[in-house]
Design a protein around this ligand. Sequence first.
Ligand SMILES: Nc1ncnc2c1ncn2[C@@H]1O[C@H](COP(=O)(O)OP(=O)(O)O)[C@@H](O)[C@H]1O
Ligand SMILES: [Mg+2]
Length: 392
Amino acid sequence: MTGIRLEHITKRFKTETAVDDVSVEIADGEFVVILGASGSGKSTLLRIIAGLEVQTDGHVYIGDMLVDDYEPRDRNIAMVFQSYALYPHLSAYDNIAFGLRVRRVPREDDPEKLRRRTREEIDQKVRAAAELLGITETLRKRPAELSGGQRQRVALARAIVRDPEAFLLDEPLSNLDAKIRSSARIELRRLHQQLKQTFVFVTHDQSEAMTLSDRLAVLNHGRLLQCDTPERILSHPANQYVASFVGSPEMVFLEGAVQATAGGSTFVHGPVRVPVRGAGKAGPVTLGVRPWDIHVQRTPAEGLLSARVTGIERLGSSDQLFLNILPGPTAAPGAGAGTGAAPAPVAVRALVRAYDFNVGDSVFVTADPDRALFFSADGTLLESMSLSSRLP
Ligand SMILES: Nc1ncnc2c1ncn2[C@@H]1O[C@H](COP(=O)(O)OP(=O)(O)O)[C@@H](O)[C@H]1O
Ligand SMILES: [Mg+2]
């Protein structure tokens, strides 16, 4: 068991920087997910840890060892690829055993004794790993005779038998169909709990990242934007990119401005006028609210904004409502002042129980004041700014 430390890792290819000054410390036994859009540098970073790619700058430590000059085989790390890279002509058993057979074995006087011993050791390891992953029944089959989920487990078993210091997994679940995928996530998490080893897992799928990770590292254009627990990433995204990339349905953003008012500061965006706390000087800011923190009801109440349902996305157990907030009686007077015309309706989205509302419904909405976030004009989270729970 070993942690991994990356210090200022940069990787430049001819025309572009694939990984840009990434520093992160992964604790012994931690499950860290690297999340980013396609092309954000995830695979390159993983390959640098494995030693399959050499960084342009920076250092990789595995445990306390600086491994920059170590060959991949000397880093004692197992990598599982999206393609699984199984040998098609070998049985599942032989695929799993392959890495053990080609490994150097200790010197021994009697070659026959050695052969017997290593064969028994290998068999023991292969069967233990197959047992752990529930593929004992399929060990005789070739990859072509296995389902996607079974192939993925063979690839995992092949990594496990090597007894590595850490596991690196590059989108290993993305070839599975949706149903197996969610059970594969749960199994992988269980496997991690049993092995208690360090896992670094790459994906572009934010819900996969949320389910699996102890900590989540968000990459964009090779830069590490944030590395934190899924809970913190959701509640305190470092910036607007992280806020929009993580969480589904996506966060609602309202670009507006802070105005100084008699009682303090007010965030203004069309008919939306809400008092805020901790605002610095007046200026442009963006309000961000998760769709599940926007509450919708049919009856008016003080402080609620009136809105109309313009569309519904059925998500199964819940509906995402597309709403237009209207300049209504509950909106504060002075909304849209200075434009001369009525302000355009503001589009927001809310997550509600399935089939509670219909398109065209007249509703009243509010946001959970403790959960709304503010971002500066450059997209950075304004930690000290929040919605005042005081109603307008
Ligand atoms: N061997 C290479 N030569 C040149 N450019 C590369 C090479 N490998 C990756 N890249 C570039 O680096 C960027 C990051 O790639 P990659 O790490 O594969 O991203 P991800 O795994 O997040 O999709 C991409 O723009 C890709 O085109
Ligand atoms: Mg990749």
